[in-house]
Design a protein around this ligand. Structure first.
Ligand SMILES: [Zn+2]
Length: 150
């Protein structure tokens, strides 16, 4: 649903304002946003602090367990291999992706981890929800970064 992707975009904006690559994610359960996260790899000096990982950690802490069954994730950019793996491991039901990531996306672009039927859990994946807005914030960010470098 669009309103949840808008929440994920708000998370991406938080990252943008901190100078982090603007990717955001939220987790929805029973129609309610229960967790959100944005990229924090620079701030935390930790390569695992992607938006999806932050949201999963928050949701698991809130629900008191690692199983996020009955939860959906909305993320502004196609998850990488690490996050796609974590999404499978957390048993998320549905994954809604804004923009595709042809360079490192692991949900169809270069790997197809969430729907891999050799794993014991599959995640349903939908693409293109608010794709334009989700890719625009990334484009703006990198354009600004290039300008600063000059
Ligand atoms: Zn990732």
């Amino acid at each position: 649903m669009k309103k949840y992707m808008m929440e994920a975009l708000k998370e991406a904006e938080k990252a943008y304002n901190m100078g982090e690559v603007p990717v955001g994610a939220v987790i929805v359960k029973d129609g309610e946003v229960i967790a959100g996260g944005h990229n924090l790899t620079e701030t935390q000096k930790d390569p695992t602090c992607h938006a999806e990982m932050m949201a999963i950690r928050q949701a698991a802490a809130l629900l008191g367990g690692w199983r996020l069954s009955g939860c959906d994730m909305y993320v502004t950019l196609e998850p990488c291999a690490m996050c796609a793996g974590a999404i499978v491991w957390s048993r998320i039901d549905n994954l809604y992706i804004g923009a595709k990531d042809p360079k490192s996306g692991a949900c169809g672009s270069i790997f197809q981890i969430p729907t891999e039927d050799r794993l014991n859990h599959q995640v349903r994946v939908s693409y293109g929800l608010m794709e334009e807005e989700c890719s625009k914030i990334l484009k703006d960010f990198f354009a600004e970064l290039r300008k600063k470098k000059k």
